[in-house]
Design a protein around this ligand. Structure first.
Ligand code: SF4
Length: 270
């Protein structure tokens, strides 16, 4: 199974489980959405306690239901709110908190954002990005609903403004052991649930990738679904210095494509 199929499989599992356990709330069914969940407001409250949030004067928040309270909190605390319109069809919307006094709740809904916000191309640098997720893991890998807009939004902001911390609010059930990922996927730096705050450790976030990764057959085998993720985590994005392939590459010694990072030959890899 390739990475895209594994991602979809994980989405389906999360959507199904959130509905089965009645964690998912309106809008239902949650399949195909960034799922809204019981406790989303508590997670938004936890996010409010973080220094990154307190210091932020401008925040960028996705337009989905589970982050509605996050948007309302931003406006109530007089932060400038930047939202992406759904599927970026209308680009970005800026809501000035001074213009929505006493109407923060309505202004934090999609309808209210279009009524009180202005469509903009240029806007100030957000000090914090908040994205919704279908699933995340503690390495910061994030899974959206599958259209790639979340990644496009984060990439656009990083291209314009440089590094900006990225938070996500999710239910605990959405924090999974491992989210399948591709190199192009954007990561989050902090995960906030109704019960905890998980900081993606800077060593995990800044972890260096092996310099041979782009051309390494292990990358291709992983992306084609032929190689387990643990090899990539353990070596290519971890302890690559001890990879047998790495040592052979560095020495200029030829070695077969189906040699695993620990030096074993896996005949089924083609
Ligand atoms: S398998 Fe080894 S050489 Fe290839 S990318 Fe991973 S760590 Fe580097």
């Amino acid at each position: 199974m390739n990475v895209a199929s594994k991602k979809q499989q994980l989405r389906e599992t999360i959507w199904k489980e959130m509905e089965r356990s009645r964690i998912a709330v309106f809008p239902l069914p949650c399949r195909g959405r960034i799922p809204n969940f019981k406790g989303a407001e508590i997670a938004a409250e936890r996010l409010r306690q973080l220094e990154d949030w307190k210091k932020a004067k401008v925040v960028f928040v996705n337009p989905d239901s589970p982050q509605r309270k996050v948007r309302e909190n931003a406006l109530r605390e007089e932060k400038t709110l930047i939202m992406a319109s759904p599927r970026l069809r209308k680009g970005f919307i800026l809501i000035n908190p001074a213009h929505v006094k006493e109407k923060e709740h309505f202004a934090s809904t999609m309808k209210g954002a279009f009524k009180h916000g202005v469509e903009v191309n240029n806007f100030p640098k957000p000090n914090l990005i908040v994205q919704g997720s279908v699933a995340v893991d503690t390495h910061g890998h994030r899974l959206g609903k599958g259209h790639g807009y979340g990644d496009v939004e984060i990439k656009t902001l990083k291209r314009r403004f440089g590094v900006v911390p990225v938070a996500t609010t999710v239910h605990d059930i959405q924090v999974v052991e491992a989210v399948p990922f591709e190199e192009k996927d954007e990561k989050v730096s902090v995960i906030v649930t109704p019960t905890r705050v998980i900081r993606v450790s800077s060593c995990s976030e800044m972890k260096k990738i092996c310099k041979w990764y782009v051309a390494c057959p292990m990358k291709r085998f992983y992306e084609e679904g032929k190689l387990e993720r643990k090899w990539i985590e353990e070596y290519c994005m971890g302890d690559y210095i001890h990879c047998v392939r790495y040592k052979l590459e560095e020495a200029g010694t030829p070695h077969p494509d189906n040699m695993l990072p620990n030096g074993e030959i896996m005949k089924s890899l083609k």
